[in-house]
Design a protein around this ligand. Structure first.
Ligand code: AMP
Length: 227
């Protein structure tokens, strides 16, 4: 059983790195942001509650976030463990988590703010098949159109300059203290998130003492690198 937390600013590759690790270790990837986005897309009551906060790049209230995490983890579909992404975002959430679960490691993806801005503001998404594009490293063949399903690409509602500044400020002011709490317990490994995804993944595994990536996952990482 392995329980990991992955932390890093928007655009640092938390989703990609979590998925690679989850596929290989057969653990469940839990993204709190994805749970909220699903609720917004499906117009649930919770979605209505969080939509405006998310679009502004602000943090959802701790009580709601903690109940979402608790509910998700009580599903117990994680026999081999989990990697949780986007949580905790502040000290209170970190304390809640430490009280309830023991953790094997916290992965911090380190990316300078200038690179975050470059990545996030150039990110495009296919809402139909979920593929991420990056207009710097991997533009779609036809501008604005998904290579796979040919639907129109969109921008995440919170990938605007204004929302990004709020998220960066919150990260430095609120999430860093949560990381400090984990650091004191010597859980944290910090990995440079600037290289290509497969390099970042290799570094994560080395630092966590895990075996190198399987060949099939290596291919997936390369595809993520060109995405
Ligand atoms: P993410 O995909 O992790 O960037 O999350 C998208 C948005 O969901 C954030 O900008 C917040 O509005 C909300 N959110 C996700 N996780 C949390 C959390 N742990 N605490 C508060 N808000 C969160």
């Amino acid at each position: 059983m392995r329980k990991y937390v992955i932390m890093g600013v928007q655009g640092s590759g938390k989703g990609t790195q979590s998925q690679l690790l989850a596929a290989d270790l057969d653990i469940v990837h839990i993204s709190v942001g994805d749970i909220f986005r699903w609720n917004v897309q499906n117009r649930t009551k919770m979605g209505a509650q969080v939509r405006r906060v998310m679009a502004a790049g602000e943090l959802v209230g701790d009580d709601l976030v903690e109940s979402v995490v608790r509910d998700r983890l009580t599903q117990h579909d994680w026999n081999h463990g989990f990697i949780i992404d986007g949580f905790p975002r502040n000290r209170r959430q970190a304390e809640f988590f430490l009280e309830s679960y023991d953790i094997d490691g916290v992965i911090e993806l380190d990316l300078p703010d200038s690179e975050v801005r470059r990545r996030v503001l150039n990110r495009r998404l296919c809402a139909n098949c979920g593929v991420d594009y990056n207009l710097i490293a991997n533009s779609p063949k036809v501008p604005g159109q998904c290579d796979l399903c040919e639907r129109e690409l969109t921008t995440r509602e919170d990938d605007t300059e204004e929302a990004l500044e709020v998220r960066l400020r919150d990260y430095h002011e609120q999430t860093n203290p949560a990381l400090d709490l984990f650091r004191r317990k010597e859980y944290v490994i910090t990995v440079d998130a600037r290289p290509a995804p497969e390099v970042v993944q290799r570094d994560i595994r080395q630092r966590l003492g895990l075996p190198p990536m399987a060949e099939s996952d290596h291919q997936a990482a390369k595809e993520a690198a060109s995405a």
